[in-house]
Design a binder for this molecule. Structure first.
Ligand SMILES: [Zn+2]
Length: 262
């Protein structure tokens, strides 16, 4: 059995739902499992949400809000928590790829060079991240680890710069194809035993509509058009437990592996 957590930074139901005809692998996964919307209790800030998802802590408890603090980049060692992989590493085979609670995104037990210093910010780098995360994840799946956590970050960047433009859907389509390669073409699904959580850290909306501005409107890369929405995507396959908030992912994994392997 492999438990696969596939994170998609910024994936949003307001793009996926109306386009299920062209996002065939999203549609197929929704059919195969359970889909719902997570309404975040915490501010939709990527670093904080990913950190909570894999540490089980609230933002007050883990204290990690942004990629930088006092002008310095926050490192893994600066965050005083145990992540799920720290807890399970001696019990099971756990692989972690590209989790963006820090920059560059964090990998554990996987050799992965981040794309674009961890903040892919143009088409070429988005394409590169899509390819490299897919290829590495595919390879990891063939090793059948007990737990694999893998995250694509590009949609977050694409939507900040292009929200409202047709190109956004084009990137969802590219990602949808990769999801198909990962979950169906590898034989990971359909399976009675393998478990999947597909989750985003927040959704997206127009820059002016966001309750929380996560970045200034003007950035070194250009003007922003989209910003984070406090609603996230969740699709699960073969997972019994309910997930209401990102932190529940930690609890589901803890229960799964501390229960069966201890
Ligand atoms: Zn994000």
């Amino acid at each position: 059995m492999t438990f696969f957590v596939l994170g998609i930074d910024g994936a949003s139901w307001n793009v996926i739902r109306p386009n299920l005809k062209v996002l065939k692998n999203f549609a197929r996964l929704i059919q195969a499992g359970k889909a719902k919307e997570i309404v975040l209790r915490e501010k939709p800030i990527s670093a904080a949400i990913w950190c909570g998802m894999f540490s089980g802590k609230t933002v007050e408890e883990h204290g990690h809000l942004e990629f930088t603090k006092d002008g310095k980049i926050v490192k893994r060692e600066d965050i005083p928590v145990k992540f799920i992989w720290d807890i399970l590493k001696d019990k099971i085979d756990v692989r972690v790829l590209n989790v963006p609670f820090v920059v560059p995104p964090y990998s554990f037990n996987v050799d992965f060079r981040p794309v674009g210093f961890g903040l892919p910010s143009n088409e070429k780098e988005w394409e590169e991240e899509l390819e490299r995360v897919t290829e590495t994840t595919k390879e990891l799946l063939t090793w059948k680890p007990d737990l694999l956590i893998s995250v694509f970050t590009l949609l977050d960047r694409v939507q900040h710069f292009h929200w409202g433009e047709p190109v956004v859907l084009e990137w969802y389509k590219k990602l949808d194809e990769k999801i198909g390669e990962l979950v169906w073409d590898t034989g990971f699904l359909p399976s009675e035993t393998n478990k999947l959580i597909l989750i985003s850290d927040h959704g997206f909306c127009s820059f002016g509509e966001a309750k929380v501005q996560t970045l200034p409107k003007r950035t070194p890369y250009g003007e922003l058009k989209g910003d984070h929405l406090e609603r996230a995507v969740l699709i699960t396959v073969n997972v019994e437990e309910e997930i209401e908030q990102p932190q529940d992912v930690f609890r589901v994994l803890e229960k799964e592996f501390l229960r069966t392997k201890s």
